[in-house]
Ligand binder design. Sequence first.
Ligand SMILES: Nc1ncnc2c1ncn2[C@@H]1O[C@H](COP(=O)(O)OP(=O)(O)OP(=O)(O)O)[C@@H](O)[C@H]1O
Length: 220
Amino acid sequence: MSLVGEGLVGGWRRGHAVVDRLDVGVEPGRVLGVAGPSGCGKSTLVRMLALLHDPWRGVVAVDGTPVPRMRHRAPAALRRRIGVVFQQPRAAADPRLTLEQVLTEPLRARGERDAGVLAARAEELSDRVGLTRDLRGRRPHEVSDGQLQRACLARALATGPDYLLCDEMTAMLDASTTAALVGVIGEEVARGLGVLTVTHDEPLLAAWADEVVRPWSGPR
Ligand SMILES: Nc1ncnc2c1ncn2[C@@H]1O[C@H](COP(=O)(O)OP(=O)(O)OP(=O)(O)O)[C@@H](O)[C@H]1O
């Protein structure tokens, strides 16, 4: 059981790989930290593991199932097992939606239409990440970055993923919000969630990650 990238090669410009022969494994109940200098390709690696960006070579496998080359989108059943939280919540949340709608988006995308079910799930997820009823009714421009990031974390957890990828999730946040979100994720890790976290915050990595890899340092 793990989310694995093997021999991953890829990037954005032909002939210029930013991810170059990388192996990475995210295991249930563990937090893997990924560190590296700015612009080296960490977000690109996250996007490959999130099944949002096709590697040129190599394979991503979810619990032993290799993900087929996507063309447009990876199979929904596999995508749903991997949650992602991005650095900038404002770029990741539709400004027209309330936070409640933001965090229930994946459930509606999966076909859930029952308003009662959606409301109950929204309340449960909001409680988990510390969003009050008042905040849930607001739109992104009416809340702080930290409050919006809480909603984005709730959204990432909405379908009960097996793996969570955090791409500089705490870069915009103050220390107490960072601690709160890391605490929420810690509870999920204790229940078996596998986490990969990318961050420049070395003290956070030291405190949070079970293991830290630095694939872009040293000779390749
Ligand atoms: N959508 C994109 N289109 C074209 N080039 C991109 C795109 N996303 C990233 N790149 C380029 O790929 C390289 C790696 O970017 P990436 O965002 O993966 O690095 P990073 O390690 O996450 O950086 P940072 O730590 O600054 O967030 C950079 O040179 C970047 O300019």
